[in-house]
Design a protein around this ligand. Sequence first.
Ligand SMILES: O=C(O)c1cc(=O)[nH]c(=O)n1[C@@H]1O[C@H](COP(=O)(O)O)[C@@H](O)[C@H]1O
Length: 281
Amino acid sequence: MSPLEPFGARLRRAMDERGPLCVGIDPHASLLAEWGLDDDVAGLERFSRTVVEAVADRVAVLKPQSAFFERFGSRGLAVLEKSVQEARAAGALVVMDAKRGDIGSTMAAYAEAFLRPGAPLFSDALTVSPYLGYGSLSPAVALARESGAGLFVLALTSNPEGGEVQHAVRADGRTVGATVLAHLAAENAGEEPLGSFGAVVGATLGDLSSYDLAVNGPLLAPGIGAQGATPADLPRVFGAAVRNVVPNVSRGVLRHGPDVSALRGAAERFAGEIRAAVAGV
Ligand SMILES: O=C(O)c1cc(=O)[nH]c(=O)n1[C@@H]1O[C@H](COP(=O)(O)O)[C@@H](O)[C@H]1O
């Protein structure tokens, strides 16, 4: 299979054409109930299909959260495979949110599962954890480069517990989070129009001016909506790097289902607020 154009270039184009919003596919049991669906594989499939139908032809990125599919075992994974394929066919880039992180040949196997074109769960990008050491991700970096896929590496996560690891100061005086960002900047050096190796940086984190977010790669920013951040926070949190931010909203959109036009309306409202917030920065 011929390699895809690099993820960063494909993402930049999608963000320019469709706006930067990423809608999460997070089929929480509580949302299935709110949508009048059973907490079973049929409910999962209906939920996921509906989100894809509503927004995959108009937002830049869809981000299925693997855990909600894994909960149903092999049949849940079959739904996930189909959702990824349908979302990509409708023109969205798919970021698989599986937050994988392991060492050596095991990390290589995770990379094969998600980043090898033709694999059943092949996705445009994968979320990964660098907390076994950034270098442990090298098999995934190598395969992503070969395939034209990307990674989103957890740098400064949106949850309050993340700080005890990510803000910890190393012997060289840098924080752990800043070190992850520096690795990504090195990975993306010289890439145009945008590197393929992104950071996850929560939109909930307030002033991040002490961090160098200029990694020449995308910044996936979860936390808008249910976790309390708003599109208006983006310029304050990200400063000049806001141009490379991919804001993720999951429950903030999904709670408007199951009606397709209500889901679309919610996504369009967030997209409009994001556009207004970042204009002129
Ligand atoms: O990697 C992620 O996507 C992620 C990182 C992070 O720091 N915080 C975070 O909330 N997420 C994911 O982003 C989504 C947020 O969902 P909502 O809070 O419903 O918008 C979930 O799928 C989380 O797993």
